[in-house]
Ligand binder design. Structure first.
Ligand code: C5J
Length: 231
């Protein structure tokens, strides 16, 4: 077992039964010219977490942990994008419109790809999700169940939208969830702070939170223990 001195109390997990879930680290949200910017947001806030996410991903891969990436993405005919979603806000480009990185939030378009620094490697699962939650209209629950996963570590964007929705969905499905605080971001810093607080409040009502340094340290110690000579 690995135990992190998390908030509001320690979070213990077994590596073979835990997945790292990386929410929507796709060009549409992180890079200029995508969905995030068309909604009027400063995308540089989100790109600032990429180094911390990359360090966790590298350590988790090194430990042999299961990795799941998600992308917020719609079919080219937008049959899975209801007007209740497409008509929101006042963006200069809506979902499905052609922008500098191809059609906004449409599967297969350049903007829909996960950023190079966190690109999936062979064997990692990529879930295309039409909603904000990673479980809605996707095979994720069944996939995790078949893999014997009981615990989830979350990172990605945005904290109060797709990350929080996915954590709430996961919690309702019986998974113990931890959010890596410095590996998630919002276009609105106050919303990130509030989301982190509300998820771990009331005795981790949605889940735990911890800085990624604690996970990196624990994974390093676990690796050391594996190579240390038996006394
Ligand atoms: C948003 C997301 N913010 N991935 N999507 O629309 O959080």
């Amino acid at each position: 077992m690995i135990t992190l001195d998390a908030n509001p109390f320690p979070f213990a997990f077994a590596l073979p039964h835990t997945a790292l879930v990386i929410i929507d680290m796709q060009r549409d949200f992180i890079e200029p010219g995508g969905f995030g910017e068309t909604l009027g947001n400063d995308v540089s806030l989100l790109s600032a977490i990429v180094p911390a996410c990359a360090a966790v991903l590298a350590a988790w891969r090194n430990a042999g942990g299961l990795v799941v990436h998600t992308r917020e993405s719609h079919r080219p005919d937008l049959a899975d994008c209801p007007p209740a979603k497409r008509d929101r806000g006042n963006p200069h480009l809506r979902i499905g419109d052609v922008g500098p990185m191809g059609r906004i939030l449409v599967a297969g378009e350049p903007g829909n790809q996960i950023i190079d620094a966190l690109a999936p490697v062979a064997g990692e699962t990529v879930i295309d999700k039409p909603g904000k939650g990673a479980f809605y209209a996707t095979p994720l629950h069944e996939l995790l169940r078949q893999a014997g996963v009981t615990h989830l570590l979350f990172m990605g964007v945005t904290t109060e939208v797709c990350v929080q929705t996915s954590m709430r969905e996961a919690n309702d499905r019986g998974f113990d969830c931890l959010l890596l605080e410095d590996c998630t971001e919002s276009y609105f810093p106050a919303f990130k702070a509030a989301a982190v607080e509300m998820m771990r409040a009331q005795g981790a009502i949605v889940g735990w939170t911890a800085p990624s340094g604690l996970l990196l340290q624990a994974l390093g110690e676990a690796a050391q223990a594996c190579v240390a000579p038996q006394g």
